[in-house]
Design a protein around this ligand. Structure first.
Ligand code: HEM
Length: 522
């Protein structure tokens, strides 16, 4: 494994101090006589305690609990008609890949079967750098304005005073931000409790861009469809497992790979041209909506296979650092505002969680040499040796392109085409809510779900909404569901033994009055 340093595990090595000196008595601290105090000279003991005292690093602020494994991404279909990215044009080539699955809201020790979206983060190591697909197991998300993210997440975390999770906070937030309805309908279906981490699909959610070197481009959404199907647990079973085996998902992944039942996914893209985006019923940059498959068909592109368990959880799963901004030429972000914010947030949190040189950790290292002018900082593992630490100032950059620079510094790669012209300008309040928000979750309830799914959705909602104490929040919650579908609201009310008939939320504009994204897609 080139980029992940596997420890010399289970090799029967001699026990040593951290400077490699053999230790004969690992269980003994040096002391004066049999009753005297300990000796400061006992480096082994000090080293042992001092390191133990520093074992913890900050856990991820979200997605703290997770499981990971290694495998590969293989391109099965050529995409050269829509992109010049090497990764998507070299059919048959396998790229070493690491995946980390996670729950979102709970702490590092929380239960794998909690009701939550699941993270599905993928690091594909290519010859043009690492491409991170930091996806979820749902095709949509709760927000479309990134300014809401910390507020929204705080409502899933513990109350600052009681340190308890709080159903009032949760429903109070959601019902005041009803663009969340699509994701919340999925969350309270059995898809909110997948059966293990690996029996689920993964989705980009966001719109990205695939670009060609002639400057042409298409919007794209990526789907990973589990070859074994999306398996779910009903709410009661998930609740029971949370107590009986909080690590159910980690265990199932390890055991599946050990038994050579390698989890695999077929990878698809949906694509949309700028013209299609202009005429799309929804805003193509609004990740609370899906692109209907009948209009934007799924095109298979590759396989993801996980066939190798990690050797060291901390080094290969806890220290892995994903970011949507870890990308490769010709695979670009769209201007979805949530995605744009994420481009900043992930490297920022990695510098806090893992340190400024997080990219040099073995699991994060690209397979290609890194050559730049980043130097020093805490724990620099690859400080780029004798290479100059500045670009020659004698010859302007434009003249040294591809020719090597005067001082032997890294040369610039030939510029790949980037999408850089932004016209337009529509700015508006992304919180503006119209009937458009409810069409897709309503269709999910009426046409995609069967009777059992609908029953489970209602049961799961009743179990959670039962915890709401405020009458106002409760009434608003029933209205929220009445806006999705009156039947859901009435059945939840019945389950809570309160009168039904809640009216839909006020201030929801008709679909025809929705302000849609009227920017020019360039
Ligand atoms: C993890 C921020 C939206 C998927 C994280 C982390 C942060 C974060 C700070 C912790 C990273 C770490 O410590 O390693 C945000 C912000 C968002 C946002 C600010 C919106 C404004 C999303 C969306 C998705 C997503 C829309 C999926 C489509 C993930 C995943 C992880 C993660 C999969 C876990 C990565 C891992 O396994 O290490 N997010 N997030 N996030 N986020 Fe987001």
């Amino acid at each position: 494994m080139p980029s992940v340093q596997v420890s010399n595990s289970k090799d029967g090595a001699v026990y040593t101090t951290s400077n490699g000196a053999p230790v004969a008595e690992p269980y003994a601290a040096q002391r004066i006589g049999t009753t005297g105090p300990l000796l400061l000279q006992d480096f082994h003991h000090l080293d042992l305690l001092a390191h133990f005292d520093r074992e913890r690093i900050p856990e991820r602020v979200v997605h703290a609990k997770g499981a990971g494994a290694h495998g590969y991404f293989e391109l099965t279909h050529d995409l050269s008609d829509i992109t010049s990215a090497k990764l998507f044009t070299e059919v048959g080539k396998k790229h070493r890949t690491t995946v980390r699955f996670s729950t979102v809201g709970g702490e590092l020790g929380s239960a794998d079967t909690a009701r939550d979206p699941r993270g599905f983060a993928i690091k594909i190591r290519s010859e043009q750098g690492n491409l991170d697909w930091v996806f979820n197991n749902t095709p949509v998300f709760f927000i479309r304005d990134p300014a809401k993210f910390p507020h929204f997440i705080h409502t899933q975390k513990r109350d600052p005073q009681t340190h308890l999770k709080d159903a009032d906070m949760f429903w109070d937030y959601l019902t005041q931000n009803p663009e969340s309805a699509h994701q919340v309908t999925i969350l309270f279906s059995d898809r909110g409790t997948p059966d293990g981490y690996h029996n689920m699909h993964g989705y980009s959610g966001h719109t990205f861009k695939l670009v060609k070197d002639d400057g042409s481009w298409v919007y794209t959404q990526i789907h990973l469809i589990a070859d074994g199907g999306f398996k779910t647990l009903d709410g009661r079973t998930a609740g029971r497992l949370s107590g009986e085996n909080p690590d159910y998902g980690i265990q199932a992944l390890i055991e599946s790979i050990e038994a050579k039942k390698y989890p695999s996914w077929t990878v698809y893209v949906q694509t949309m041209t700028a013209e299609q985006a202009e005429n799309f019923r929804y805003n193509v940059l609004d990740l609370t909506k899906v692109w209907p498959h009948k209009d934007y068909p799924m095109r298979p592109i590759g396989k993801l296979v996980l066939n190798e368990n990690v050797q060291n959880y901390f080094a290969e799963v806890e220290q892995i650092a994903f970011s949507p901004s870890h990308s490769i030429p010709y695979f670009e972000p769209s201007c979805d505002p949530v995605l744009q914010s994420r481009l900043f947030s992930y490297p920022d949190t990695h510098r806090h969680r893992l340190g400024v040189n997080y990219s040099q950790l073995p699991v994060n290292q690209p397979i290609v040499p890194v050559a730049n002018f980043q130097r020093d900082g805490f724990m620099s593992i690859n400080n780029q040796g004798a290479r100059p630490n500045y670009q020659s100032s004698i010859v302007p950059l434009t003249f040294v392109k591809n020719k090597g620079s005067i001082n032997g510094a890294p040369r610039d790669e030939e510029r790949h085409v980037k999408h850089e012209r932004w016209l337009a300008g529509a700015y508006w309040d992304l919180s503006e809510v119209s009937e458009l928000e409810f069409e897709q979750p309503r269709a999910l309830y009426t046409t995609v779900m069967n009777d059992v799914d609908r029953k489970h959705l209602v049961n799961n909602l009743v179990d959670h909404i039962r915890g709401v104490k405020s009458k106002e929040v409760l009434a608003r919650t029933l209205s929220y569901w009445a806006t999705v579908h009156q039947d859901i609201s009435d059945r939840v009310a019945a389950g809570l033994c309160i009168p039904g008939g809640a009216r839909p939320l006020p201030n929801v504009k008709p679909a025809s009055a929705a302000v849609r994204f009227r920017t020019q897609h360039v």
